[in-house]
Design a protein around this ligand. Structure first.
Ligand code: ADP
Ligand code: GLC
Length: 477
């Protein structure tokens, strides 16, 4: 076997240590998925307060005396089979609250906090660790690691190549121009073709102009990003670098997300367990639903289109449907969901909060999962839906369009339909998709056929891991 490719992943959250969204799932799945492709990945992330206890059992492998206001040490150790490099810099990360915000909202020094992560990533990429490890590729994720390719590119000779993966272009890491020196950025790069972005700095843009390769988490989003509707100001920058941009669809962890591992296990050729899980789910949410039971598991933000539900649910409920909703985020959206629950107590159940265990019950007991996103770089919940025979009802954007095949006469005859795709992301189009869903529900044989198609659709990491390893090999060739 040829020598394995050494990759440093730079990321702000990673399962099993910390998760606020799909980014952490993906960062946590890649090392394992790539191991089988002859890639060794180590994951650099901050040692937030709730992880510092782990450092005791770990080995210091890199240090800097003054990392943007205080000392920093990188500790190496394994957690959950992943080779972590935890960046301990208490003045930046040892705080009460989340990774990006505290009780008062976003941390004011977020530019410094994640520039620091990126700085250390770039130094490791250039100098290696004191345990002798030198990465060949630095794979950075989102704005939090956006400065890393820039520090590497602007810091002198190096052999390491860089990749920046965009998980969500809505977050661009904007900072005031006056921080340029504090963030250790070269003043001569402050111009429109480089660092400058709306009179300030953008770590994401810095990464986009300097990374050797740019990827995003679905082929469709890679194309959408070049258009103004989805590029969110960075479409021009991406279009200029089009020849190094590609999209690789995420996978999901099929061990963790498996109907065969749920409370009442089931499989595509025996769905009895799913019926029992549905009863448990209805009991958990206090629901009585004669027709299809839809679920929503989502951050409550504008991106996710949750605000369309109040308009479309009355008709769906009239047709016998119901919905169980789990999510947290925007208090206005949370309130709107609670109002629906008050109005339809037997048909709408709402849990505000984050609850992984409950989400498993929902996917295993639901009939359909609603993902009416305005934009969606990849999306993971529609893939859980496929895997669980919980038919996805998705907006035809980003990775949603890449992973669900709409039910229509042609796809039914071909035996490939896996769910419902609607477009544009409006209440009308969503209502139309729900009508089609209700119609299919009344044809149990056809419904079962689509469920089987969905459950057999591959959603694991195999294909994506192949694509990433080819990208790495290509970059080193
Ligand atoms: P995003 O990263 O934009 O939020 P994804 O679909 O990529 O969207 O990933 C979201 C992940 O977070 C999924 O694993 C989903 O199941 C999970 N999730 C979101 N909200 C909740 C919640 N309230 N409780 C449990 N899991 C949640
Ligand atoms: C982002 C996107 C989501 C994607 C996830 C993982 O959070 O919003 O669509 O699935 O990253 O790549």
């Amino acid at each position: 076997m040829s020598k394995s490719i050494q990759v440093l992943s730079v990321v702000s959250e990673c399962v099993p240590l910390l998760k606020t969204g799909g980014l952490a799932d993906v960062a946590g799945a890649l090392p394992g998925a790539l191991m089988t492709k002859n890639v060794h990945m180590r994951v650099l992330m901050p040692a937030y307060r709730n992880q510092r206890w782990r450092l005791e059992g770990m080995k210091p492998v890199f240090a800097e005396d003054d990392l943007m206001g205080g000392p920093a040490t990188v500790f190496a150790g394994q957690v959950g089979g992943i080779d972590f490099l935890l960046l301990d810099a208490p003045h930046l990360y040892d705080r009460e609250g989340g990774p990006y915000s505290g009780p008062q909202g976003d941390w004011e020094d977020n530019p410094q906090r994640f520039a620091a992560l990126s700085w250390i990533g770039a130094r490791i990429a250039r100098e290696g660790l004191n345990d002798g490890w030198l990465p060949q590729i630095m794979h950075c994720h989102d704005w939090q690691a956006g400065f890393a390719p820039a520090y590497l590119a602007w810091g002198g000779p190096h052999t390491c190549k860089s990749i920046l993966t965009i998980h969500n272009i809505a977050f661009q890491g904007w900072a005031k121009a006056e921080l340029i020196h504090a963030l250790r950025l070269p003043a001569h790069e402050f111009h429109v073709h480089s660092l400058e972005y709306y009179d300030g700095l953008s770590s994401l843009k810095a990464g986009l102009v300097t990374a050797d390769r740019i990827t995003t988490v679905s082929p469709n989003y890679a194309i959408e990003l070049m258009r103004a509707e989805y590029g969110m100001g960075l479409q021009g920058v991406l279009a200029e670098r089009a020849e190094v941009v590609s999209g690789i669809l995420n996978g999901v962890d099929t061990q963790v997300w498996s109907p065969e591992a749920e409370d009442k296990p089931y499989a595509f050729d025996n769905l009895r367990g799913k019926i029992e899980n549905r009863q448990t789910l209805c009991a958990a949410f206090d629901l009585e639903v004669p027709g299809p039971l839809a679920i929503v598991v989502s951050r409550m933000t504008d991106q996710k289109g949750i605000d369309l539900l109040p308009e479309v649910l009355p008709e769906f409920i009239e047709a016998g449907g119901g919905v169980a909703i789990l999510g947290a985020g925007d208090p206005v959206l949370e309130g709107a969901m609670r109002a629906l629950e008050l109005r339809y107590p037997d048909r709408v159940g709402v849990r505000v909060g984050y609850d992984e265990g409950l989400s498993h019950l929902m996917f295993s007991g639901g009939d359909a999962v609603l993902v009416p996103s305005r934009f969606e770089p990849c999306g993971l919940t529609q893939m859980y839906g496929l895997r669980y025979g919980t038919l996805p009802v998705v907006a035809g954007v980003g990775g949603l369009a890449d992973s669900v095949i709409n039910v229509n006469p042609a796809s039914m005859i071909a035996g490939v339909a896996t769910g419902f795709v609607f477009s544009p992301t409006t209440a009308d189009a969503l209502a139309g998709a729900l009508r089609r869903l209700v119609r299919l529900w009344h044809d149990p044989e056809a419904w079962a056929q689509v469920q089987r198609n969905a459950m057999r659709h591959p959603v694991g990491w195999e294909a994506s891991a192949d694509a990433y390893s080819r990208l790495y090999a290509d970059l080193l060739a």
